[in-house]
Design a protein around this ligand. Structure first.
Ligand code: PMP
Length: 324
């Protein structure tokens, strides 16, 4: 028999797939890590199960507890899946720019979702961070995950995503490209890979409107503004983002993220989210810079299904001023 004892056992060991049509003949090989094939639908499964395991071991999560978190959607789905298996309740706060499909997914797993306004500063009492903190304070026997400042978020990728990529490439990797949200993916994966080979270039991807790009380049925090691509970019600095592992940060705009996600689906048969499109657009540029014989790995954090009514819809693209 070849059976998983429960669904959490199926997290990780995702395929690493070569791109064939988007890459030019003189470019480096581009491999994509298909994190949307995790059981909860995104890379966040790795972090969720690791944080819950650590919290249980530390006695912070007790039977019947309520898990509270601010989430752009994927963390919520991952935590709700873990909570369903382990018998916890969940309350999530989510900014109102997130797709209805993501909100409905969390509710399908039995979580309670509180929708908060997107266009308020992080320190506003109405922001999704502050609302989650208040709910955690007011809910007895609750555990606030706080992924943005959790070192266990980073450690999850240091212990799983990094070693998997190293093993799957047989150590033949010259560049890692990953979107920066909490920073956990890049900080953990990038740290592990650099420890194996310091020559590997770690390149973060940040949407226009987020603070990471400017902070990395100039040390200054610009005034953030909103953008449409989901899951990457931040309006504040957080502990999970270790700038020390980064060799470079490249900026992407919504149009590039959506164009490359759509091309991935149509030309490579890979159905991924907008942040994946952004990562692939940067990976293709890096592949051109590094040239034939080198290898670039791009992380695809989530799948396309959550965005069918958004950038995969021609009507939505036109209505929002994007070319198709
Ligand atoms: N893309 C998507 C769709 C995400 O949900 C996230 C997580 N916020 C990321 C990229 C970035 O991952 P991380 O938080 O590990 O930086």
């Amino acid at each position: 028999m070849n059976v998983n004892p429960n669904i959490l056992d199926a997290i990780g060991e995702t395929p690493l797939v070569k791109l064939n049509k988007l890459v030019g003949p003189d470019d480096a090989t581009v491999l994509v890590k298909c994190e949307y094939l995790n059981p909860g639908g995104a890379i966040k499964d790795r972090m969720a199960v690791h944080i819950v395991n650590k919290a249980e071991q530390a006695g912070l999560l007790k039977p019947g507890a309520t898990i509270v978190e601010n989430t752009s959607g994927n963390t919520g789905a991952a935590l709700a899946m873990v909570a369903a298996v382990r018998g916890y309740k969940c309350i999530f706060t989510m900014p109102d720019k997130m797709s209805q499909e993501k909100i409905d997914t969390l509710r399908a797993f039995g979580a309670e979702v509180v929708v908060t306004p997107t266009n308020v500063p992080a320190d506003s009492p109405d922001s999704y961070y502050e609302t989650a903190k208040r709910i955690a304070r007011e809910t007895p026997n609750s555990f606030y995950v706080n992924q943005y400042h959790s070192m266990d978020n980073v450690e999850a990728h240091y212990l799983s995503t990094g070693p998997e990529i190293w093993r799957q490439t047989g150590g033949k990797i010259d560049g890692l490209v990953a979107g920066l949200g909490t920073g956990g993916t890049m900080s953990g994966t990038g740290k592990y890979l650099k420890e194996q080979n310091p020559a590997i270039r770690n390149v973060g991807v940040d949407p226009v409107g987020s603070v990471y790009f400017s902070y990395f380049k100039t040390g200054e925090l610009p005034e953030p503004h909103t953008y449409k691509v989901e899951g990457i970019g931040e309006d504040m600095l957080c502990k999970a983002m270790d700038f020390g592992v980064l060799d470079d940060v490249r900026q992407v705009d919504d149009a590039i993220c959506f164009e490359y996600a759509r091309r991935l689906a149509r030309e490579e048969g890979i159905f991924a989210g907008g942040s994946s499109g952004g990562a692939v657009s940067v990976a293709l540029k890096l592949a051109r810079e590094l040239g034939k014989g080198k290898t670039v790995v791009a992380i695809l954090p989530d799948g396309g299904k959550s965005y069918i009514s958004k950038f995969y819809s021609d009507a939505w693209m036109k209505a929002n001023g994007f070319k198709i």
